[in-house]
Design a protein around this ligand. Structure first.
Ligand SMILES: [Cu+2]
Length: 139
């Protein structure tokens, strides 16, 4: 029963799209207008082969708070012994998903919500235990 005990957070904010990044029309709009933001997710196995999603703060199936019209790079690690696939959806419609992530592998995909509202995420293979809410706001 030894889980790997540390999860690395590697924000990719240091992208080199710096200099020609929009010639600032209004200078005081210093909000979260990063061109790319990453979210790290891990598959986690509890007892009895029950699986959950876990973020780098070790929160289980956390609610994600995203900004509309912003690119998010969602990075997933799978240290468990079974495959997973993260799907973002709304009322049964798939909006974005990772590829199938095999045991010991990782995956990533980009997600951009074009409107505010509430979405959900789940695993293709464990939709009842690996799931959560995504809240999309304008700021
Ligand atoms: Cu799963």
């Amino acid at each position: 029963m030894s889980y790997s005990s540390h999860y690395l957070v590697q924000p990719i904010s240091a992208k080199k799209s710096s200099s020609n990044d929009k010639a600032s029309s209004t200078s005081t709009e210093a909000s979260a207008s990063n061109s790319n933001t990453s979210i790290a997710f891990n598959a986690l196995e509890l007892k009895n082969q029950t699986y959950r999603w876990q973020n780098t703060s070790k929160a289980i199936n956390p609610t994600l708070h995203l900004i509309a019209n912003t690119d998010y790079l969602i990075k997933i690690k799978n240290p468990t012994d079974t495959k997973h696939e993260l799907i973002i959806g709304s009322n049964g419609t798939e909006l974005a998903k990772s590829s199938e992530i095999k045991p010991g592998k990782s995956g990533k995909f980009t997600f951009n919500a074009n409107s505010t509202g509430t979405l959900e995420y789940h695993c293709e293979y464990h939709p009842d235990t690996m799931k959560g809410i995504i809240e999309i706001s304008s700021q």
